[in-house]
Design a protein around this ligand. Structure first.
Ligand code: ADE
Length: 237
């Protein structure tokens, strides 16, 4: 997967390039990240990329011409399907299900806005989809883009070794994950549930499903509305 990021703060992405699962994916050549400085596409000496909004109002807006040039530059030489995504609080909310849609595109161009946003005509003519990471306003799209990249990377085939770990984690079946325990067997007077030490895989599997449902009921009952229980109980957790 190839992800190109257009931003005025490309250095903000160094942590995901240098740490964790994204770094591993880059090293394995499963993920390629290209940082594009929007200011390099400004036509003026001061490298301005923003201006005051027509009609007045607080804050500045990213002007259309540098963005347009940066997007066209990013599309050059790409032979695979490309999707141009604008990270914005007005976008469709990212969840585990709709990540699949994005994975179908080999190349993603992520536009990170700042200030009050970008000129609407870019959204109308250049952007394929607007995506949000939640109903709150961040000071820029960079953090949202990093969240999106992290979520996507975990689903690139070959990045996470055990497919099982994806199947078992929260949201895979639309519900939360079961509780987890590791050594020592007793801590703060609380023992590891006996069933997990029994070696009985069928019973352990049932326990995982039951506790996952209980956990969801307690913490996120809203998730249980659209759940296919048959599918969960049939699946090999
Ligand atoms: N930019 C600012 N706020 C955002 C949000 N909630 N999601 C995605 N991009 C954003």
């Amino acid at each position: 997967m190839h992800i190109k990021i257009i931003s005025i703060f490309p250095e903000m992405f160094y942590p995901i390039i240098n740490y964790g699962i994204t770094k591993q994916a880059i090293n394995k050549k499963k993920l390629q990240i290209q940082l594009i400085q929007l200011r390099n596409f400004s036509n003026n000496k001061r490298k301005n990329i923003d201006d005051r909004p027509y009609g007045g109002g607080a804050g500045m807006i990213f002007t259309a011409p540098p963005l347009k040039r940066a997007i066209h530059f990013s599309k050059l030489k790409s032979k695979t399907p490309i999707k141009v995504i604008y990270l914005s609080p007005q976008g469709k909310k990212i969840n585990q299900k709709n990540i699949d849609e994005l994975m179908k595109n080999h190349t993603l161009i992520l536009i990170c806005g700042r200030y009050e946003g970008i000129d609407e005509r870019i959204i109308l003519t250049e952007i394929d989809e607007e995506w949000s990471i939640g109903d709150y306003v961040l000071s820029g799209g960079e953090l949202a883009a990093m969240v999106l990249i992290d979520v996507i990377t975990r689903f690139i085939p070959g990045v996470i070794k055990k497919k099982q770990s994806l199947i078992e984690e929260s949201f895979f079946h639309g519900i939360l994950d079961c509780p987890h325990y590791t050594r020592p067997k007793k801590i703060s007077g609380i023992h590891v549930p006996k069933i997990l030490l029994s070696g009985n895989h069928k019973k352990i599997c049932e326990w995982k499903i039951q506790t996952a449902i209980k956990n969801t009921l307690k913490k996120r009952p809203d998730l249980l509305k659209n759940i296919n229980y048959k599918k969960i109980t049939k699946s090999k957790l």
